[in-house]
Design a protein. Structure first.
Length: 108
């Protein structure tokens, strides 16, 4: 993963990991915005030309992924449960990668 995406992904992951999953997804029954991960990958690639650009595991064992089109025109944020069910969290336009600072903290 490019270092440029790390800071943006961390902010998105923190926000998304605090969102509750739909009750039906928590119970293992797919909701309207939840599908098998393979189905989501196929649909995002075909309809929006999106591919995974960043991802990571949340503290509670969910796979958080950001998908984006090559030019960043569209993006999708999804979380995958251990059983393979993937739920859409958010989507939008104009995905932008931000440069990663070499040092953290306030300027000296």
């Amino acid at each position: 993963m490019p270092r440029v995406a790390v800071r943006s992904l961390i902010a998105v992951a923190l926000a998304a990991s605090m969102l509750p999953l739909p009750a039906s997804a928590q119970q293992g029954v797919p909701a309207a915005n939840c599908v098998k991960r393979s189905q989501l990958l196929e649909r995002l690639a075909q309809k929006f030309h999106e591919q995974p650009v960043a991802g990571g595991l949340t503290d509670n064992g969910l796979l958080l992924e950001v998908y984006a089109s090559r030019n960043g025109e569209t993006w999708t944020l999804a979380m995958t449960l251990p059983n393979g069910t993937t739920c859409l969290v958010a989507s939008g336009q104009e995905w932008q990668l931000r440069p990663l600072l070499t040092e953290y903290g306030p300027p000296a």
